[in-house]
Ligand binder design. Structure first.
Ligand SMILES: [Zn+2]
Length: 176
């Protein structure tokens, strides 16, 4: 796995990017590049059972909060430095990104070709780049800004990292 990993974000020639692409986790999952901004996605290369570990999270580096970083503690963030950075958000996610145990886990049964998505507020308290969600899930929370802006009841539907649960508990204790 490379120490530094450049996320190709703005895609004008998907075929060329695809040709140059080397998966960081061959056989497990791969990026499907699409033209435009933020249209690429990560798909499973095989089936996974609900609860199965898809991969360990390795090769990360600490860094500032930015649109590609993942929050790992109240004041700490990492860069994933792998194809995992292409996991999109969904309010009905297919995986959890568990940075307490540093593993990616299937939260539903997945078949080959399924989209790997996680619920960004499960790790992010206040996101660097909030965005409106059009995931289409019945329980879509609409504005993805981080767990700070969601109720405990909403967050209970999802896997949550320890720092996020601690911050929710602190917030609700302070406002009670
Ligand atoms: Zn949504």
């Amino acid at each position: 796995m490379p120490v530094t990993y450049t996320k190709v974000e703005k895609i004008t020639d998907a075929a060329a990017v695809k040709q140059a692409y080397k998966p960081t986790h061959p056989g497990l999952f791969e990026v499907v590049y699409a033209e435009g901004d933020y249209n690429s996605k990560l798909i499973a290369c095989k089936a996974y059972a609900k609860g199965e570990i898809i991969c360990p999270v390795e090769g990360t580096t600490p860094g500032p909060k930015r649109y590609t970083s993942v929050q790992t503690g109240k004041d700490s963030h990492i860069e994933l430095n792998s194809d995992l950075v292409f996991m999109n958000h969904s309010c009905n996610p297919t995986v959890s990104l568990d940075t307490d145990s540093m593993i990616v886990v299937a939260v539903v049964d997945l078949k080959e070709g399924d989209n790997l998505t996680f619920f960004y507020p499960s790790s992010e308290w206040e996101m660097d780049q909030p965005f409106p969600c059009w995931c289409g899930a019945d329980q879509c929370v609409k504005n993805i800004q981080g767990a700070k802006f969601l109720s405990q009841e909403t967050m209970n539907r999802y896997f949550r990292t320890k720092h996020i649960q601690d911050l929710l508990t602190e917030r609700d204790a302070a406002s009670a």
